[in-house]
Design a protein around this ligand. Sequence first.
Ligand SMILES: *Cc1c(COP(=O)(O)O)cnc(C)c1O
Length: 431
Amino acid sequence: MPFQKISDWLEYDKNHLWHPYTSMTDPLPTYPVESAHGVRLKLADGRELIDGMSSWWAAIHGYNHPVLNAALEQQIQSMSHVMFGGLTHLPAVTLAEKLVNLTAKPLQHVFLADSGSVAVEVAIKMAIQYWYAQGKTKKQKLLTVRGGYHGDTLGGMSVCDPVNGMHTMFQGVLPRHFFVPQPICSDDGENNIEAMEKQLQQHQSEIAAVIIEPLVQGAGGMHFYCREYLQQLRVLCDKYDVLLILDEIATGFGRTGTLFAYEQADIVPDILCLGKALTGGYLTLAATMTTAKVVQGISADGSGVLMHGPTFMANPLACQVANASIDLLLSSPWKAAIEQIEKQLQEELSICQELTIVRDVRVKGAIGVVELKEAVDMKTMQADFVAQGVWIRPFNKLVYIMPPYIIKQGELTKLTQAIYKILKRLTLNAN
Ligand SMILES: *Cc1c(COP(=O)(O)O)cnc(C)c1O
């Protein structure tokens, strides 16, 4: 046993292991987790934290769920993985059938990718191949809005917000796409759609697709906008002959109050990306879905080969836990649970509005956001939250929560109270 004490392996972690968006030479502190159960993370020193993050939108049923555990245990008895080239299996086919039935009727075809970023890459390739096979070889650009987040691989990054997404650092390798201002939702009906139309008008011969996160821009800034924008965007994409890719990797599986956010705008995308909550937070898996129209288009030049095929494509364990997670969600009162969380977040976070350091408080579905005027000191605030017995990870100016759907009223109150308490203390210190 190389590591006798917690402090030993924490030290090794610090010296050798990269964490998301961190420095190896000046690492942020990390908290050792021993186990997780329901909405609680148990730290190695025995402390328990109530989880406000669902491990980045994913663990919607909480941790260590007996039904999801059983699905994996059962699948592991028959096979953990086989290549998907030339072989197929029931876990994948069952998942495809579930996804086709759950989503809008035209979305009939499924590509099972290994992470959200890869699902976005596949979506981009589908769009480009769709036009290419029909002789429109110049349509290779994407159009998107500022403030978006679509993943960390180069293709995904190229459509992330140019500033948040560090486009300057990678300018030599990132393809250049078209950007328009972020959608807004003002009382007078202004929503910034005109800029979108202008770009489509000017560049439709170069644009393969528009890619956007519907209703909620997640990691790019936790920004919400109105359904009318999406409705107008759908019309514009048809008018200018451009495909519409909706990235529901964060919003999918109930988070915004409907199973998928696009339902609230009553539109259907040409390509849909799903991920994160797909496996209930158990394993990495994502899906890119599309329509018969896109499938036909890709095949228009007679080859029809979609140029993608990861080693771990359609991993049976991941598929089977996804199947169990979807069944669990659909058999639970998820809609009422999210409505309850939404109502409670609205009631309990609104008092943050009175703090002078707070710019905005907003809630949508099971997402609560307190936006500050200045960026927070993440290290200090993270420690403060842990001291309060909650797991909330702020970034930049945002303190936000998206708890597991199974969270109880009293547990959610612990999260909102911790936010208020810490922000209030920060306000007092700032004065
Ligand atoms: C998280 C996320 C991704 C990337 O997913 P990974 O699994 O982290 O690669 C892409 N798009 C959106 C909207 C996301 O929230």
